[in-house]
Design a protein around this ligand. Sequence first.
Ligand code: EPU
Length: 338
Amino acid sequence: MIRFLENYSLQSHNSFGINVNTKYFFEFTELEELDIFLKSNKTVQDEKILMIGEGSNILFLTNFDGLVIHANIPGIEIVHEDRQNIWVEAGAGENWDELVTYCVDFQFGGVENLAFIPGTVGAAPVQNIGAYGQEAGSVIEKVKGYDLDKQQFMEYSKKECQFSYRNSIFKSKLKNRFIILSVIFKLDKFAEFNLEYKKLEQKVLELGEINLQNIKKAVTDIRSAKLPDVNEIGSAGSFFKNPVVDSDVARKIETKFKEIPIFEADNGKVKLAAGWLIDKAGWKGFREGDLGVHKQQALVIVNYGNATGMDIYNLSERIRQSVFEKFGVELEREVNCI
Ligand code: EPU
């Protein structure tokens, strides 16, 4: 089924709840519909294109003068299995948490720590969603989609996806050029649990046995206590990435703030917690009209009502500036600003 609309409001298509319009909006549920639409619809061929899922990692600064495409492909199915692993293919339009529920219900391990992350399956590889020591990229075997430049269906293997911390080829070289249609996950029948995140381990033990169900439940409980429910308060989860810096930078901050959380990263560098830096710079719980910084997690900027995209962007700039002044660390936005 397709929907093609003109001058359409995106308010219900972005978790910040920003009311902007797009010149064109195209939604489809079957692969062939996309190919036919793009090849036959001359009016939209030269438009600027933006792909969205549930819009849970996007901030619209203004109306979008182009074509927004929503691949609403449904379906979750097992495509292959052996003694150890099971391969599950999910359509880009499936809700991410529903895929996690499916996997946990069938005892397929590998995505349980990623429970309750807002968004679609199709968006998961783009920013390589991650939480509690797990990243989607590590269980993604293949990403299938449509290349707008080549006008053909293509597949990317895990290696070709170039996954790194909150990044992939779909966010860099293939940005706005590749429409993700489905993702194949390689999951484990005899999962090794990842409880390196101490608060998670504690929560799971409180629930009882260490198993996929309890891990999912613990993650869901932790997330719902700390992060705003996007159905109630507009937000896009973490607004910034956790900065990776030289260890001397971290040690220098540590001389003044003994309690600073420091995590090891690649190449002898370290990762700092952006939420901690923003919190220490005094922003946690900040509120100005409909704009705010979440009370429980300073990394999350919230829209309590009618804040505009520019209001949110300007607040993020003030936060970046103040963190830089206090700690000499530059924060990089994680949210995609359009
Ligand atoms: N902290 C504070 N104050 C705050 C927030 C955090 O002191 O206001 C401290 C915490 O106490 C902790 C450290 O900073 O010592 C890290 O905080 P937390 O464990 O909450 O995780 P995070 O680094 O802030 C990242 C992801 C989240 C993910 C969690 C759990 C990024 C940008 N964010 O947050 O992902 O759920 O870890 O793994 O990597 C998202 O991407 O939208 C997202 C929510």
